[in-house]
Every structure is written in C-alpha cells, then in structure tokens.
Design a protein around this ligand. Structure first.
Ligand code: MN
Length: 237
C-alpha cells in the first residue's frame, strides 16, 4: 500500500468507494423499512419555520438549537422506535393519543414530546402581533379580556410544578386554559385536562434555563412577544 502514490491510490479506490456508499445507503433504507412499519404511524420533525436566532431576544438561539436539534429530535427518534418495537397498531396521531393509556411510558413520553414540539414551533413567529378577529372575540368571550386571558395562561404556566406544558384548548364551543405534566398533552386519554390544542407553552427548564435560569416568569412574560396568533386562528376553525 505504501508503495502506491496517494493520488494513484485515491483514483483506484474511487469506484469501489462509490459502490460502498451506495451499498450502505441501500442497507440503511432496508433496515428502516424492516424496523419501522411503513403503513403505520410515523412521527417526523417539522422544519423550523424560522431560523434558530429569529425569536431573539425572547428565546435565544442556543436554546433553540439544542431544544429543536437535540431534545425534539430525540423524542421523534424514540417514539418511532417505540412504535416499531412495540408494534403499536394506530395509524394516526388522534388514535395514538386517545389510546395512550394502553401504551408504554416510552411511547407516551416521546410521542407527546414529538407532537407537542412540532406544535410549539408552529405557534411562534418572529413577527407577532396582537390577536384580532375571531380569536380576539373568543378570548374576550371566554376570559373577559385579552389581558385576563394572559394572566390566567401565565398562572397555568407558573403553577405547573416541575416539567410540563401550559395550554389553551378548544372544548366544544368554549376555550379552556390548563396544564399537563411532562410531555402529556390534552389529546391523551390519560390526561385530566382535555381538548383540542390552540396554543401551548413549554415550561420545561430546557426551554428557558440557558437564558432565564430560574426566572420562568420572565420567560413566560417575554414569550407573548413571539406568539403566532394567525396559527391559533387557523386551529380555532
Ligand atoms: Mn421542550
């Protein structure tokens, strides 16, 4: 080997290398197809609708990078693993969550983590403005005023002990505010707080600790600056 010049060696190796790479890719695809039921439910991570520094200074870039790139990515990988290994039969998210009490804690925690974060990224924007139209009317109708709604929602976020989420949900014709522990969400049969999610706030320390440390109240207060009320409006229907 050492008697062959580097360039010559590289040239001679090119074809073999190309075949090796293709072979590896095929094997990987086949492995995936075998392990992950192709017609069953699969969670996938949405593309972030803005850059990781777009929500600065309210949410810092490093937090977004780790939160999206590490925490959320891991929930996605792990829930798909649980679906494959446990042969979870549900073909859509609604059935998955409404039967979550029958599934493992791995499926519950990572399934919630996968869905909740996909939702969370979408209901934020660097171009936030106050709610208008039917959302404003619905908030006023259910909570008295936008200000009162914000107070109640912040209270839900602040009183969630440990890790969890604060939610605004639609339940029939009314709106409700509440919270869930860990990665539970209001679509889970196991949850005390139920409804169709309209807005969510991640109050896990990983969502704010790098910038805000123990000051969850400041994180919550600044988060209003990045809420995407257009997305809330779409979900209100
Ligand atoms: Mn999170």
């Amino acid at each position: 080997m050492k008697s062959i010049s580097r360039r010559k060696f590289v040239n001679q190796s090119l074809k073999a290398t190309a075949f090796t790479i293709v072979g590896t890719q095929l094997a990987t695809t086949e492995t995936l197809a075998n392990n992950f039921t192709p017609d069953g439910l699969q969670f996938s991570q949405i593309a972030l609708p803005y850059s990781t520094n777009a929500l600065e200074p309210n949410i810092d870039a490093l937090t977004m990078e780790i939160h999206y790139g590490k925490h959320h990515a891991a929930y996605i990988k792990n829930v798909n693993e649980a679906i494959a290994i446990e042969k979870i039969p549900y073909s859509n998210e609604k059935d998955f969550f409404s039967n979550i009490s029958k599934l493992s804690s791995k499926a519950r925690n990572n399934g919630g983590g996968a869905w909740n974060h996909n939702f969370f990224w979408q209901i934020m924007t660097p171009e936030s403005s106050a709610p208008t139209g039917k959302v404003a009317e619905a908030l006023n109708g259910s909570f008295g005023s936008f200000q009162k709604f914000k107070e109640l929602f912040a209270q839900a976020a602040m009183t969630r002990f440990g890790s969890g989420w604060a939610w605004l949900v639609k339940d029939g014709n009314s709106l409700k505010i509440g919270s869930t522990p860990n990665q539970d969400n209001p679509m889970m049969d196991i949850s005390d707080f139920k409804g169709t999610p309209l807005l969510a706030l991640d109050v896990w320390e990983h969502a704010y600790y790098l910038k805000y440390q123990n000051k969850r109240n400041e994180y919550v207060a600044n988060w209003w600056n990045v809420v995407n009320w257009n997305e809330v409006s779409k979900r209100l229907g």
